[in-house]
Each structure stands twice: as structure tokens, then as C-alpha cells.
Design a protein around this ligand. Structure first.
Ligand SMILES: [Fe+2]
Length: 471
């Protein structure tokens, strides 16, 4: 008996040792995987105001918080935004390219807003138009005072086989972990050409009276990326800034002033839902915190938008939304359910390739599943495998002040292909009309390590099973 006990004890120790030595090994459970990666438990804290990443540029009225996003639906225009503090200055952008070094001038506008006892700087937005596709442009802001120069590359012309790489970041905030995520993304050799951002930016609303100084610090923190490649913005709950207790009752006031997006180019009436087309991808941005029931502007816009998606021109149909429809963590559980009920039949009908969401501060990737069989009498209410359905990826793991979502529902649902409570970012590399490589990178690894990945097979051109767990 004693020997058997020792043997069992030895086996237990061996298994424990193997798990310790191979922390990246995932445990198979119901077809999906719950990662056994053990992350160091530490408090997620905002970087203090004096941090180097928040330092304002020197010089009188120097432009700061510079960021760019598409200025039309296809990337022949770019919105350049920045803030000046001393005085309005000029909302001008000088820009040029190697082929055309003659400086062109675009004129924009500036805006200010007040939020409780905070007064914003002068927020400038200027749209550069008639740009060439796939061209590097240099640009200069702060004309008349302290100038600063940056550059960006416009997207290639829409074409079904044009490769393009997107970075994916969500729920970033401004903690030490947020800084790691951004640095990790920047140093990734497969870094994107644009970032698809799935909402919750600064987390300023975690401060008393939503201290909007933290909107400014966030803008300065991310400038090292947002000034050089377009970030495609999605709104999350931390953009609402709805605070009737301090008489701030205009939802999205700071976001709406600071982050302009080209919503009108896709026929939208609000900057919270819109679409863009880049290379071989049609990207639809949805708003979890704007009305989406039947007859609402967002519902009617999406109903009209989906039939416009031409998979012969843009094979890849990608949706960004903040609140996930499928999430097996214990946090925000079922918060995305009402939007799922409204829109999921359309996503299956139009064969959306992938839906990226945030909100839950962890990582998860689903199988292709749908849950559209239910009606009020049949009781068919479980998700099932569906090759016409999107893969749902939760990438709300940017590293914000609210910390990591660690509690998962158990057992892992069959639809959950991989889940892990770590911070990180993802990369989607579209290769051609049929294949795209997706990878997720946790912050704790060396930059090149891929913690989760899959090859996406396009739902229109190559709709074969691309499950990574069960076939
Ligand atoms: Fe959120």
C-alpha cells in the first residue's frame, strides 16, 4: 500500500512538474482549451501623471495627442487630430510624399468642451483628401507655433486579393500593463498597418468626476502609435461619460469631441456605427451603447449596410463591437445577449468571417457557432456549430485599471475554442481572398511568441471547416 501511495504521489508530482515546466500547455476540455498559463498576480495600476509616456511635447502651443483615422470609407482621405493647450493656433496640416515633395495644405477646425470642472484644450480635426493609395505621407501640425512631423501610409486600393495586416487591441486604459501591451504590439514583427480598436479607451471615468485630464494623458500615451497608423475606433461603455450626478448628461461627450470618424461616408448618422473598406476587408463597427432595436437608426443602418457588402471586392467581412455576444468568463456575462438576438441571424445570412469584441478583460476565441434556431415556442436555445457563422474573438485584454477577468464559467462551453486570463494583443494577417492568419500574443511572452492562432478560411470564397479543435 505504501509503495502504491508513493507511486501515486510520484505521478502527481511528475504531472505537476510537467505543467510547471510547460506553462503554455493548454488543458483540453469539451473540445476547447482553457490555457494553464500562470500569470504573475499583481495589481493593475494606472501610470502616475509624471510618467514619461504622458510628458507633453515642449515648445509653445506644441501639438499633442496626435492621432489619425480614415477620413473616408476607403482610405483616400485621413483625419488628422491633435490638441493644443496655449491657444487655438491654426488647424492646418502640411503634408507631402516622396513622389510629390511639394507641401500641400489642408484646413480643419478646432473644438473645445467642458466637462464638470474640466476645460479641454483646443481639439483640432483636419481631413486630408485626394490621397494616393498605398503611399507614405509625411505631415506636419502646429503650423505657426511649435511644429511636429509624423508620417503614415495610406491603405492599398480595395481589391479582393490585396493582403493587409490589422492589429487588434481593446480596453487598453493607461496602466503599466497597458504600456506593455502597446510596446508588445509595436515590437511585433507582424505589426499591423492599422489598428482595429474594440472600445474602452482612457478609463478616465474611473476617476472622481471622470477627471478628463486622464483623456489627455491617454492621448499622449498612445500617440507613438496613433500618429503613425490609423486606429479604427469603436465605442465602449467607458466612452459614455454619462454622469447625471454632476450634471453631465450628454453621452459620449469627451469621445465625440476628441475622436472623429468617417461615419457619414457609409451613410451612418452617428459616429458610433459605421463601416470602412481597407484592401480586401469590409469592416463594420457597431455600437453596444447606442440603441439597436428594430426601427432604431443603428438597426436600419446595419440592415441596409449588409447587402452592400460585395465579397467579390472585399472578401473579408469583419465586425467590431464592444460587448461580446459569446463570452464564457463570469464578467459581463450575457451583456451582449440582446444585440446578439437582434443581429445574429444577419451575421449568419451574410457569412461574417469574424467578430472582435472587448469589454471582458481576458482573451477568448470561439468556434464558428450560431444560436438562431430559437423561437418563443420551440425551446431550441443552445448554440450549435455553424460554418456560416463568424468566429467570435474577445480581445478586451489591453490591460486597463480594472484588472484581469480571471473567473471563468465551468465547464468550458463547447463553443469556446481557447480562453486565457492574460493581457495581450492580436494580429490578423489577410493573405488573399481565401486565407488569413490570426495570432494572439500575451504580454508575458517574448514578443514573437504566439499563444493562440488559427488560419481563417474565408466564408465566401473558401467556406470549409477551419475549426482548430474538432472537425
Ligand atoms: Fe467595457
Amino acid at each position: 500500500m505504501e509503495g502504491a501511495k508513493s507511486c501515486s504521489c510520484f505521478a502527481t508530482i511528475s504531472v505537476a512538474l510537467v505543467l510547471l515546466l510547460l506553462p503554455n500547455v493548454a488543458v483540453v476540455c469539451h473540445g476547447g482549451k482553457t490555457s494553464t498559463f500562470i500569470r504573475k498576480v499583481e495589481k493593475t495600476e494606472d501610470m502616475p501623471l509624471h510618467s514619461d509616456v504622458f510628458v507633453s511635447p515642449s515648445g509653445y502651443n506644441a501639438p499633442q495627442q496626435v492621432h489619425i483615422t480614415l477620413g473616408d470609407q476607403v482610405g483616400r482621405a485621413m483625419i488628422v487630430s491633435w490638441v493644443t493647450l496655449d491657444e487655438p493656433g491654426k488647424s492646418l496640416v502640411h503634408y507631402w510624399s516622396d513622389d510629390c515633395p511639394h507641401k500641400r495644405v489642408a484646413k480643419g477646425n478646432h473644438f473645445t468642451y467642458r466637462y464638470f470642472n474640466y476645460s479641454s484644450g483646443f481639439i483640432h480635426h483636419c481631413t486630408l483628401r485626394d490621397l494616393e493609395f498605398n503611399t507614405k505621407y509625411y505631415y506636419e501640425v502646429g503650423i505657426g507655433h511649435t511644429t511636429r512631423q509624423f508620417w503614415f501610409v495610406t491603405p492599398p486600393e480595395v481589391h479582393p486579393d490585396t493582403p493587409y495586416t490589422f492589429g487588434l487591441i481593446g480596453d487598453l486604459g493607461q496602466t503599466f500593463d497597458s504600456n506593455k501591451t502597446l510596446a508588445h504590439y509595436e515590437s511585433n514583427p507582424h505589426k499591423g498597418q492599422a489598428v482595429l480598436y474594440v472600445g474602452d479607451l482612457s478609463y478616465a471615468d474611473n476617476y472622481p468626476n471622470h477627471d478628463n485630464v486622464r483623456w489627455d494623458t491617454w492621448g499622449r500615451f498612445v500617440e507613438r502609435s496613433t500618429a503613425y497608423q490609423p486606429w479604427i475606433w469603436t465605442t465602449g461603455n467607458h466612452e459614455l461619460d454619462y454622469a447625471p450626478e454632476i450634471d453631465e448628461t450628454e453621452p459620449f461627450k469627451p469621445f465625440r469631441h476628441r475622436y472623429h470618424v468617417p461615419y457619414q461616408a457609409s451613410g451612418s448618422t452617428e459616429p458610433f456605427w459605421y463601416s470602412i473598406k481597407i484592401a480586401s476587408a469590409h469592416i463594420i463597427v457597431l455600437a453596444s451603447y447606442s440603441a439597436y432595436g428594430k426601427y432604431t437608426p443603428q438597426y436600419e443602418w446595419l440592415e441596409a449596410e449588409l447587402p452592400k457588402v460585395d465579397r467579390t471586392k472585399t472578401p473579408w467581412l469583419i465586425v467590431l463591437v464592444h460587448s461580446p455576444w459569446y463570452n464564457s468568463y463570469s464578467y459581463h456575462y450575457m451583456e451582449g445577449e440582446t444585440m446578439r438576438v437582434m443581429f445574429e441571424p444577419w451575421f449568419v445570412k451574410y457569412k461574417v468571417d469574424v467578430v472582435f469584441a472587448g469589454h471582458v478583460h481576458a482573451y477568448e476565441r470561439s468556434e464558428r457557432i450560431s444560436n438562431i434556431g430559437y423561437n418563443i415556442t420551440n425551446g431550441r436555445c443552445g448554440p450549435s456549430k455553424d460554418q456560416s457563422a463568424p468566429v467570435y474573438i474577445n480581445i478586451g485584454d489591453g490591460g486597463n485599471i480594472e484588472g484581469l477577468a480571471r473567473n471563468m464559467t465551468n465547464p468550458q462551453p463547447e463553443y469556446s475554442a481557447y480562453r486565457e486570463a492574460s493581457f495581450g494583443h492580436a494580429i490578423l494577417e489577410i493573405k488573399n481572398r481565401t486565407h488569413a492568419h490570426y495570432s494572439w500574443h500575451r504580454n508575458e511572452d517574448e514578443y514573437a511568441v504566439t499563444a493562440d492562432s488559427m488560419w481563417f478560411f474565408n466564408r465566401h470564397w473558401h467556406p470549409v471547416d477551419d475549426s482548430t479543435t474538432t472537425k
